[in-house]
Structure formats: structure tokens, C-alpha cells
Design a protein around this ligand. Structure first.
Ligand SMILES: NC(=O)C1=CN([C@@H]2O[C@H](COP(=O)(O)OP(=O)(O)OC[C@H]3O[C@@H](n4cnc5c(N)ncnc54)[C@H](OP(=O)(O)O)[C@@H]3O)[C@@H](O)[C@H]2O)C=CC1
Ligand SMILES: CC[C@](O)(C(C)=O)C(=O)O
Ligand SMILES: [Mg+2]
Ligand SMILES: [Mg+2]
Length: 347
């Protein structure tokens, strides 16, 4: 049996580890906007680093944050949180490298570039990771609700002797310790995160949904029925697992669903799927996926763009958009949006 992981909560963190320190958040996308605003709301000094002409600059300023260039932000900072896309991080690092002084920290939300050797930080710089186990918009939403998204903590280099305390305080400031922060390594975070998103969370689930939808539609059932059955209800079922584990879900569904699911689930996701999962994991562990993704970017993402378009054009997307628009709580369309000044009726 593998040993249990160490999990830290709010009581383990000491916010004073960030006293007098400035955090430069590089990027204001999914994770960047959440970390920057959560840190700011937690009383930490934050500056956002964005390239000149960046489409995110207005959003960060409207959220009340100081915005400057990545180089300038890094120059002001004690901790540089690297929250631009993984493929962009090596270039960004080269731009800001000269601004990282001995004792500063490079902080990541995913270990890809350190683990696969795409960034090799200079000696004297601490290298840490707080990786929220959830999308950035949920990290922000959880924090605002007084809750938190679970996170992972890893230290790749601790030159100062303060890296662990500082990283845990960072995890607290973005709300992760409210839910629990698990101690890990850059290798373990990178390999499990890549495997999870490819085989289960993003890749596995979308293929399961599309295959279920196509099976029903090909058999003559309506697209609307197939959408509700295979995609919409997925969230409701997963919510039950999130709240009460697999058992919580099985308790809530009918005995008929439980018997059918327990006898037929592994007919669909069978030993072939397990073997394929093992292959996907090996490709991650051996760096094969990383090399493919790096090469794909060097070639301007031909496969990525093609696959992305195919996914967007899948019939389930149009059906879903129409059905979600019928939900009573869906936003009313702004009927004046396309009207000219003259066409508007003053009342
Ligand atoms: N998405 C998520 O929820 C999760 C992400 N992570 C990790 O967090 C990190 C950030 O990912 P994520 O939040 O998805 O990133 P995003 O794709 O959301 O980052 C977008 C931001 O990066 C900036 N950016 C994009 N390209 C460049 C560039 N060439 N130069 C400078 N800035 C650029 C964008 O600014 P501009 O307007 O200038 O383009 C924008 O502010 C990654 O390491 C990822 O693996 C970890 C957990 C979950
Ligand atoms: C599951 C995808 C993720 O790893 C995440 C939101 O945690 C990501 O890279 O976006
Ligand atoms: Mg993840
Ligand atoms: Mg990921």
C-alpha cells in the first residue's frame, strides 16, 4: 500500500511568509486572473505582468490591479508566478531571467517546463509550485464564496530555506489551504496532471459523451434526447460523486440504474481502455507527449487547430447551444445589440 500524502490546511500556513513581498503574476488568463485577484483580496502586494498590447490588460486594470510589462513586473517582484500558457513559458522566462535576483522565487501552477527541462532556472532562485486542482474560474469562484479549490505544493529548489513556508502561504492566499494542499513533487504533479486531463477529465470524458450521443442518434433517437442523456446529465451525476463519492451517486440513482451501471459500465470501459490508459501514461512518463506538444507548437499547431475545429463543429455543440438557450435562467439576448441609434425606441 502506498503511503498517504501529507495534506496541509489553513492552520499549517503562516501568512507572514509573504509579508513585505511582492508577487508578479505573469498572465491574466484562467489561472492568472484567479491568483492575482485572490492574492490581492488576501492582502498580498500584486503586480500583473502582461506584454504591450495584451488583450488581458484592460480586464486586469478593471479588476483594480497594477499592470505593467513582464520585465518590469519581475523587476519589482520577490515572487514571479508564471501563469501564461505552458508553451509560452520558456520564452517568457528568457525575457525576465535577468530580473530574478538571488533569493527570488519562480512559482508555477504546473510542472511541465521544469520537469521536461524547458526552463532551467539560475542557481540561487527558489522554484516552487502551487497547482490548484481545478480550472482558474473555479479557483476564483470558490475563493469568493469563502471556499477553496484543493491544490498541490511542490518545491524544486529551496535556496533560501524559506521556499516551503512561502509556497504554503501562497496556497493559503489563493484559497487552496481552505480545501487542502497536498505535498508532491514536480514530477508527480506533471505526470498525474497530464494523465488525468488526457485519459479521464478532458479527453476521456468528452469521448465518452460523444460516443454515447452518436450511438443514440445513429439508432434513431432525437439529438435533444441524446444531448440531455449523455452531456447535460453528466454534470448532475458528477456533482453527486463530488459531494458523496461513488457511493453517494449510487445511493441517489435508482436501483435499476445502479444494477445496469454496475453490470454494463465495464463492458464499455473494459480492459482495452485500461491498456490504452497505461499507454497514455507511459507516453507521458517517457516524455513522448511532451516532445509531441513542443514540436506541434514549433510547427504552429497544425493538428491542434484541426482537432479543435472538428470538436467545435461536432453536432452535439450546436444542439447543446440551442438547448442551453432555452433554460429559464439563460441570459436574455440583448435585443438592442444590433440596432442602430435611430432604430432604438425610446420609452
Ligand atoms: N487553465 C487552468 O485552469 C489550469 C492551468 N494550469 C497551469 O497554469 C498555467 C497557466 O495556464 P492558463 O491559466 O490555462 O493560461 P491561459 O491560456 O489562460 O493564459 C492566458 C494569459 O497568458 C497571456 N499570454 C498568452 N500568450 C502569451 C505570450 N506569447 N506572451 C505573453 N503572455 C501571453 C495572455 O495574455 P494576452 O492577452 O497577451 O495573450 C493571457 O493573459 C499553465 O502552466 C497551466 O498548465 C494549472 C491548473 C489549471
Ligand atoms: C484538467 C485540466 C487542467 O489540468 C486543470 C484545469 O487542472 C488544465 O491544465 O487546465
Ligand atoms: Mg489539472
Ligand atoms: Mg493541466
Amino acid at each position: 500500500m502506498t503511503e498517504n500524502a501529507t495534506i496541509y490546511d489553513d492552520d499549517d500556513a503562516d501568512s507572514t511568509a509573504l509579508d513585505g513581498k511582492t508577487v508578479a503574476v505573469m498572465g491574466y488568463g484562467s489561472q492568472g486572473h484567479a491568483h492575482a485577484q485572490n492574492l490581492d483580496d488576501s492582502g498580498v502586494d500584486v503586480v500583473v505582468g502582461l506584454r504591450e498590447g495584451s488583450s488581458s490588460r484592460d480586464a486586469a486594470r478593471e479588476d483594480g490591479l497594477d499592470v505593467t510589462t513582464p520585465v518590469d513586473a519581475a523587476a519589482q517582484a520577490d515572487i514571479v508566478s508564471v501563469l501564461v500558457p505552458d508553451t509560452v513559458q520558456p520564452d517568457l522566462y528568457e525575457q525576465i531571467r535577468g530580473e530574478l535576483d538571488e533569493g527570488d522565487t519562480l512559482q508555477f501552477a504546473h510542472g511541465f517546463n521544469i520537469h521536461f527541462g524547458q526552463i532551467e532556472p539560475d542557481e540561487g532562485v527558489d522554484v516552487t509550485m502551487i497547482a490548484p486542482k481545478g480550472p482558474g474560474h473555479i479557483v476564483r469562484r470558490d475563493y469568493e464564496r469563502g471556499e477553496g479549490t484543493p491544490g498541490l505544493l511542490a518545491v524544486y529548489r529551496d535556496s533560501t530555506g524559506e521556499a516551503w513556508d512561502e509556497a504554503l502561504a501562497y496556497g493559503q492566499a489563493i484559497g487552496c489551504t481552505r480545501a487542502g494542499v497536498i505535498e508532491t513533487s514536480f514530477r508527480e504533479e506533471t505526470e498525474t496532471d497530464l494523465f488525468g486531463e488526457q485519459a479521464v477529465l478532458c479527453g476521456g470524458v468528452t469521448e465518452l459523451i460523444k460516443m454515447g450521443y452518436e450511438t443514440l442518434v445513429d439508432a434513431g433517437y432525437s439529438p435533444e434526447m441524446a444531448y440531455f442523456e449523455c452531456l447535460n446529465e453528466m454534470k448532475l451525476i458528477v456533482d453527486l460523486m463530488y459531494e458523496g463519492g461513488l457511493g453517494g451517486m449510487w445511493d441517489s440513482v435508482s436501483d435499476t440504474a445502479e444494477f445496469g451501471g454496475l453490470t454494463r459500465g465495464d463492458v464499455v470501459v473494459d480492459d482495452h481502455a485500461r491498456e490504452n490508459m497505461e499507454t497514455v501514461l507511459e507516453q507521458v512518463q517517457q516524455g513522448e507527449f511532451a516532445r509531441e506538444w513542443i514540436t506541434e507548437n514549433q510547427a504552429n499547431r497544425p493538428s491542434y487547430n484541426q482537432l479543435r475545429n472538428a470538436e467545435k463543429n461536432h453536432e452535439i455543440e450546436a444542439v447543446g447551444e440551442r438547448l442551453r438557450g432555452l433554460f429559464a435562467w439563460a441570459e436574455e439576448p440583448d435585443e438592442t445589440a444590433d440596432e442602430t441609434e435611430e432604430e432604438r425606441v425610446q420609452v
